[in-house]
Design a protein around this ligand. Structure first.
Ligand SMILES: Cc1cc2nc3c(=O)[nH]c(=O)nc-3n(C[C@H](O)[C@H](O)[C@H](O)COP(=O)(O)OP(=O)(O)OC[C@H]3O[C@@H](n4cnc5c(N)ncnc54)[C@H](O)[C@@H]3O)c2cc1C
Length: 396
């Protein structure tokens, strides 16, 4: 079979949106039209931030719109409908508890307990592909930064707090290992990431003896990360464990560049998008080539990278559903990739964020910004949704 025969077809909007009723498709259309307007997104973001600061209730505006599109529900039980729909379309769920920016110990403990519940929900339930957490959900960012920048210089009280963070991460990964569901550790800003990498490495050494259970995340918009991926693969080979890795381009580019400029150090980010794409795609090839030692998930909405993943598996003679190779997207985004890949037999999962509406607002603002128009261009999402609306009308 030639590559043309095996390349996934991301143009099939019927399959991509089959899980959406007419009402839901219409809601998606209005939503992506709205977030496509830069000015509206900027105003909406400012209003949300004021409402949050003044504790003005915003649920009534958010719940039926952005929240319903991008989140599964306030609780795990409320996500059940989404989990079932994804499963019916051969897409696995990754429950993602979406609280961010907590600093107090009591809140960090509470977040850990929500993540533990999400991990427990995977027990014996094949509809779940992975669990996931952010270390900044169970550690204050101030401490994470200290532990990254100067790990040997922690004060006794910081060292005690760091021990508690290590214990929380250990509890989460050990629970995932016991249930046999792999767990992703998300990647964050560079000034927090060294500590996260150390924690992830420790957990991979502990749990990934027979297969990858703990997955660290590598952001290929960093110019040093492809080298890091290779070094970590070699370390896993040398020490005899399996590397689990989620490959992403990276979510904090503007913040990273602004901070580097402000503080006068060289930006950790690639010089341009083409360099990020080159390293991301090289990382996909590297993982497939070292599949005996590496299990990976391409967390991406990029069609070319997802097509490359399919092509590499084909060329390596691996099954499309080899348990070591996955593609993942976020709920409410790039359904044309998720559902066309899953129907073609590849392993696909979607992050399903859940949590109280107020807690998910920073996440929702990021999704809106990500989808606002670049120089007035219609987003790919909007173009595909419009096409599907037109197709259904023509059929009616
Ligand atoms: C399942 C999943 C899990 C994720 N987990 C994480 C995570 O743990 N940590 C995290 O940081 N992000 C995470 N992300 C977000 C991810 O890093 C990207 O921000 C997002 O997916 C967009 O990249 P893309 O590959 O989908 O596609 P594309 O739209 O092709 O790429 C956009 C990305 O390219 C990069 N880029 C854009 N312009 C430039 C430029 N001028 N120079 C250099 N690079 C540029 C940026 O990273 C930008 O986000 C995750 C995404 C998914 C789908």
């Amino acid at each position: 079979m030639s590559n043309a025969d095996t390349a996934p077809n991301f143009e099939n909007t019927q399959r991509a949106f089959a899980h959406l009723s007419a009402g839901e498709l219409n809601r998606a259309l209005v939503l992506f039209q709205t977030v496509g307007n830069n000015q509206l997104v900027r105003t909406g973001k400012a209003l949300m931030q004021v409402a949050l600061a003044l504790r003005i209730p915003v649920g009534w505006a958010i719940r039926p719109t952005v929240y319903s599109h991008f989140c599964g529900g306030e609780t795990i039980a409320e996500c059940e409908g989404t989990v079932a729909t994804l499963h019916a379309n051969k897409v696995h769920t990754i429950l993602d508890y979406s609280a961010e920016g907590k600093e107090e110990e009591i809140d960090l403990e509470a977040t850990q307990s929500h993540i533990l519940q999400a991990i427990a929900a995977t027990k014996g339930d094949q509809r779940h592909g992975f669990s996931v957490f952010k270390v900044s959900g169970v550690a204050s960012t101030a401490l994470l930064e200290k532990a990254s920048v100067n790990p040997d210089g922690l004060t006794p009280s910081d060292a005690a707090a760091w021990n508690r963070v290590q214990a929380r991460v250990d509890t989460l990964c050990s629970e995932a290992a016991q249930l046999g569901t792999p767990v992703f550790i998300d990647a964050e800003e560079t000034w927090l990431q060294d500590a996260i990498d150390r924690l992830a490495l420790e957990q991979m050494r502990k749990h990934n003896g027979k297969k990858a259970i703990v997955f660290n995340t590598v952001q290929l918009y960093r110019h040093d990360r492809y080298a890091y991926l290779k070094e970590t693969t070699e370390l896993a080979q040398k020490e005899g464990w399996h590397l689990g890795v989620k490959l992403v381009r990276g979510a904090y580019m503007e913040k990273e560049r602004a901070r580097a400029q402000e503080q006068g150090y060289a930006s950790p980010i690639q010089p341009d998008k083409a360099s990020t794409d080159r390293d991301f795609n090289a990382a996909v090839r590297w993982c497939v080539k070292h599949i005996d030692r590496v299990a990976f998930c391409a967390g991406s909405h990029n069609e070319e990278s997802n097509a490359l993943l399919a092509q590499c598996l084909e060329e390596a003679g691996l099954a499309r559903d080899d348990e070591r190779a996955w593609s993942a997207q976020l709920l409410g985004m790039s359904d044309h990739i998720s559902f066309n890949l899953s129907q073609a037999g590849y392993n696909v999962a979607k992050y399903v964020p859940f949590g109280p509406i107020r807690e998910t607002i920073p996440y929702l603002i990021r999704r809106a910004e990500e989808n606002s128009s670049v120089a007035g261009q219609t987003s790919r999402e909007l173009e595909l949704i419009r096409r599907e609306v037109k197709r259904r009308k023509a059929k009616a």
